[in-house]
Write a protein that binds this ligand. Structure first.
Ligand code: G6P
Length: 490
């Protein structure tokens, strides 16, 4: 597609996501700090903005009720190409309640949460669902205020499943894309969701739907055929002659950012300190949000089994786990935190000594330069997600391993397992014996084999960047929109 419109201007793109690519924190009345957040889908920014005049629409990160404050914050964010959606009192039930309390577990094959009183469950379900719809309408209002004819609107993720329908109802000429960053489950799991049909019907109004893997796309299409009785074709979903195109487009990172970071003096200094700190030991690294889907308990059980069966390794290996706190408003996250803490205590108690601690568990995030140093010095990266849309952490590790050629152990249930599987050791995280054996194999792997595996994955990470992902999606969206315009004219 031609990236320029007739006047030679860049086409306008509105990316709508729950979070803005800016981490905003309130520091006092009428004051806040704003910082660009690197990583995740925000990688898109660097890659796509050269060709598209891009603006982000999203929740700013905290409540703002006062009109003066709203105007001031909007002005500061505008300088960063961001437009806030003030969700305020709707936020809790929309984000903690429906998006992360109901949709997130369903999409990750975990089923609906159980509550003791059935009536209460239905009542709270309805409240959460209503808040979710209301929040989606609030996103719509902000998009409409900023929309200009010809704009592309790209909706991101499970938080915004009603937005495509609301946009098309407002104006069916808007080019609408939607990308799901999480898995899409099999229809047997998805169909337990009370609001199953409405959500599917809404996303199907978009012109293009994107998924990270072929499996997620296939699950989505067959779920639509089973629940809605529509037709699934190689192109996507057909309902009464209208085609909604479905594409498989795995996301990537900005590899150069990580490759360059590993050469920064500050990162090299962190690397040297870490090498001294762990001298004589191999380092296994884990970096995850502390989410049940990340399988941190399963990771610890696999590591415990490894220490149990390989006493010769006990004081020669450490597992460093960065467990970034997340979604504190959802009770399930508190439970997994307690479970993980219990396991760390047990394993360190069983296998530690006065001079050596097997698991270094951190309940916090670390600075991006420190993270790059950890990625670069690690001998093994251990990713044991029980389900994961993609897992960009595995890409980041590979990008930082040009000097070391460490081994990636990767869950077969992470989307990245389908793209980095050739160079990684794939494991079923539920099988502790398999995880333990993979740790042993990784620690003993000869340099030649590590080199071979690293090369394959490094090549993939370099070529399948976030920029490519973004541009490919937008190009397909353009084609899909043009095709549906033609269908309408026929
Ligand atoms: C997943 C979701 C993203 C989300 C991220 C962090 O990757 O797909 O949409 O932004 O988790 O979660 P949070 O709830 O902190 O935004």
């Amino acid at each position: 597609m031609s990236r320029d419109d007739a006047c030679g201007k860049r086409p306008r793109l509105l990316v709508v996501a729950n979070r803005l690519p800016v981490s905003a924190k309130r520091t006092g009345e009428n004051s806040w700090s704003l910082e660009m957040s690197p990583g995740g889908k925000f990688n898109l920014l660097g890659g796509v903005t050269a060709q598209f005049d891009t603006k982000w629409v999203g929740w700013p990160g905290f409540d703002v009720y006062n009109e003066v404050e709203k105007n001031a914050l909007s002005k500061s964010l505008a300088e960063m190409k961001c437009i806030p959606v003030f969700l305020n009192e709707v936020f809790d039930q929309y984000y903690n309640g429906y998006s992360n309390g109901i949709l997130w577990p369903i999409l990750h094959h975990m089923g609906l949460p159980q509550e003791d009183d059935h009536d209460d469950t239905n009542k709270t379900f309805q409240t959460k669902y209503d808040a979710y719809k209301k929040a989606n309408r609030m996103f719509l209002d902000v998009v409409i205020e900023n929309y200009e004819e010809g704009d592309i609107v790209w909706c991101q993720d499970y938080h915004l499943m009603f937005l495509p329908q609301y946009l098309k109802e407002y104006n069916k000429k808007i080019k609408v894309g939607w990308f799901l960053h999480s898995p899409f489950p099999s229809s047997d799991v998805y169909k337990t969701l009370p609001s199953r049909s409405e959500l599917l019907r809404s996303v199907l109004t978009a012109d293009l739907l994107g998924f990270h893997t072929y499996d997620f796309a296939r699950n989505f299409v067959s779920t639509c055929t089973r629940i809605l009785g529509v037709e699934g074709t190689h192109e996507g979903v057909v309902d009464q002659g209208r085609v909604t195109r479905v594409a498989v487009l795995p996301m990537g990172i900005d590899p150069d950012r990580f490759i360059k970071a590993c050469k920064l003096p500050e990162v090299i200094q962190h690397m040297n300190e870490l090498k001294d700190r762990f001298s004589g030991k191999k380092v296994i690294l884990g970096v995850d949000r502390l989410d049940m889907i990340k399988g941190i308990p399963q990771k610890y059980l696999g590591f415990e089994k490894f220490l149990e069966e390989n006493p010769n390794w006990r004081d020669k290996v450490v597992l460093v786990q960065i467990a970034v706190p997340t979604r504190n408003g959802v009770s399930e996250y508190g439970k997994v935190k307690n479970q993980v803490h219990g396991l760390v205590g047990r394993i360190n108690g069983r296998f530690g000594s006065v001079s050596s601690v097997p698991i270094h568990h951190l309940d916090r995030s670390v600075h991006s330069n420190y993270l790059c140093a950890l990625y670069a010095i690690a001998d093994v990266m251990l990713v044991t997600s029980l389900r994961d849309g993609l897992n960009l952490v595995s890409h980041e590790f590979v990008a930082c391993q040009e000097a070391k050629r460490g081994v990636l152990i990767l869950s077969e249930f992470a989307g990245a397992g389908q793209s980095l599987g050739a160079g990684a050791l794939l494991v079923n995280p539920w099988n502790v014996t398999e995880v333990s054996s993979a740790i042993k194999e990784a620690l003993n792997m000869p340099a030649e084999e590590r080199e071979k595996r690293h090369r394959v994955n490094f090549q993939y990470v370099k070529t399948h960047s976030a920029k490519k992902w973004g541009l490919d999606f937008l190009s397909e969206l353009n084609d899909a929109f043009a095709e549906s315009e033609m269908q309408i004219r026929k």
